[in-house]
Design a protein around this ligand. Structure first.
Ligand code: ATP
Length: 216
């Protein structure tokens, strides 16, 4: 029988993917000894799309960034739907494809984690996966009351030692890289360079397709 796999999931708009996403993904993959970390670009309502940058182009850039970098993988399941997916739907669809004892780790920033009680069917998430909270120095706010009880019941100290199929919460410290896709779009819109904030292959793609340029 084959060994259970350890699979991480990082969703985002990746508009565009940048070194903050990539460095964070790699650090978590190492801390958790993941076999695979899936980058899952999210669909957006058409009116929320960045003008001139399609979902396909966001996906292409994620694929270019992940190419040849083990254990990063691209997963386009949310883009195969034309509207935003709930995380619970994405996890259920992943679970349906995996072996019953594969471990799934949902990666969330501290802010996203604090907003969890507002998510569709959020209490079921831990039936399918573990939740890994990515910690950055700015994450000093208090979690809401509901989550404090959950944390008391489910958190574990050493994320690398998690061996159940699902149901636990752990924190992973990240090298702080104060870069955001918003900043990258703004910089490009002003006609300045984003070299070294995105992988070279992503930069080449942005230039070749003339993305994120101010309308002229
Ligand atoms: P935008 O500026 O367009 O809101 P973003 O740069 O925050 O985008 P998202 O696609 O929204 O990127 O982020 C996807 C995930 O990556 C989120 O969980 C987010 O917390 C994480 N992330 C974003 N930027 C960084 C960073 N600099 N370092 C570590 N993780 C990051």
């Amino acid at each position: 029988m084959s060994r259970a796999r350890r699979i991480g999931v990082l969703g985002g708009t990746f508009d565009p993917i940048h070194i903050g996403h990539l460095r964070g993904a790699l650090e978590v993959a190492e801390a958790l000894a993941l076999d695979e970390l899936r980058l899952i670009p999210s669909a957006r309502p058409p009116h929320r799309d960045t003008p001139q940058v399609s979902a396909r182009q966001r996906l292409d850039m994620v694929a270019l960034a992940a190419r040849g970098v083990a254990p990063l993988q691209v997963d386009d399941r949310e883009l195969r739907r034309d509207r935003p997916s709930y995380s619970i739907d994405t996890l259920e669809s992943l679970r349906a494809e995996l072996a019953a004892d594969d471990r799934l780790f949902l990666l969330l920033g501290w802010d996203a984690f604090c907003g969890l009680p507002g998510w569709h069917r959020w209490e079921e998430l831990l039936e399918h996966c573990h939740i890994i909270v990515l910690q950055r120095p700015d994450a000093d706010s208090e979690p809401p009351e509901t989550l404090r009880d959950l944390l008391a019941a489910r958190s574990v100290g050493d994320p690398g030692a998690i061996d159940q199929v699902s149901g636990q919460i752990a924190f992973v410290w990240q090298t702080p890289l104060a870069v955001s896709a918003t900043q990258i779009r703004r910089t490009l819109g002003e006609g300045r360079s984003v070299r070294f904030l995105v992988p070279d292959a992503v930069l080449d793609y942005i230039q070749a397709h003339d993305l994120y340029r101010a309308p002229h």
